[in-house]
Design a protein around this ligand. Structure first.
Ligand SMILES: O=C(O)CCC(=O)C(=O)O
Ligand SMILES: [Mn+2]
Length: 203
């Protein structure tokens, strides 16, 4: 396989085509198993608004949002533990991340019209570890900003198989997904974009 292209924008390390098509399909298959054990839901913000993205998680901890706020918790809202993080996804962290294993694999599904506003990932409690993100399916317009609110931003279309490492200066930088090109990939038979993020959560 050709060495994937890597570029860095504002400290975000973007590995183009980190997974080839066969590896993407294998991860997707594993994710179907996760979603069967921990169904996707539209989380509600603390303000009571449903997010356009559907989410679930795998690992020791899952990230949840409801009217009580955002947090990591060891159980699904229904009480069951989260399913384990599939090996196909852990191997990305092992290749690009630090020695310590991730605690959470957050899974986002973007259907037609779904987006994610600019935000920081700051519920993890320890920012010395990167957040590692894998994109699958339709292309998504990923916006990268600053640690402080506001200021200039830069955007890039992420494609299926791309991996972004958000560490160091980018660990607390604002980021979001403005829109997806629904139907631009054939990986998901009914279209849509899946994004998976691996996170180390303290303690
Ligand atoms: O979908 C993406 O590319 C980013 C997802 C994200 O920022 C998050 O889940 O916190
Ligand atoms: Mn994020």
């Amino acid at each position: 396989m050709a060495e994937p292209a890597t570029l860095t924008i504002r400290g975000f390390h973007i590995h183009r085509g980190w997974l080839d098509r066969a590896a993407q399909a294998a991860v997707l298959d594993d994710l179907r198993g996760v979603i069967a054990a921990a169904p996707l839901v539209h989380p509600v913000t603390a303000g009571g608004r449903a997010m356009s993205v559907r989410m679930t998680a795998a690992g020791r901890l899952g990230w949840v949002s409801d009217t009580k706020g955002y947090r990591y918790q060891p159980n699904q809202p229904g009480g069951a533990p989260w399913p384990p993080i599939p090996e196909s996804i852990l191997s990305i962290w092992r290749a690009l991340g630090p020695g310590r294993a991730p605690d959470c694999c957050l899974i986002n599904f973007y259907g037609a019209g779904a987006r994610m506003g600019l935000h920081q990932d700051r519920d993890e409690g320890d920012f010395s570890f990167p957040v590692i993100s894998l994109s699958l399916g339709d292309e998504g317009l990923f916006r990268m900003g600053n640690v402080e609110r506001g200021g200039k931003t830069e955007s890039i279309w992420l494609s299926s198989g791309d991996v972004v490492v958000m560490g160091g200066a980018a660990r607390l930088a604002h980021h979001g997904v403005d829109r997806i090109r629904f139907g631009s990939s054939t990986l998901l038979p009914r279209g849509g974009r899946v994004n998976v993020t691996l996170r180390a959560v303290a303690p």
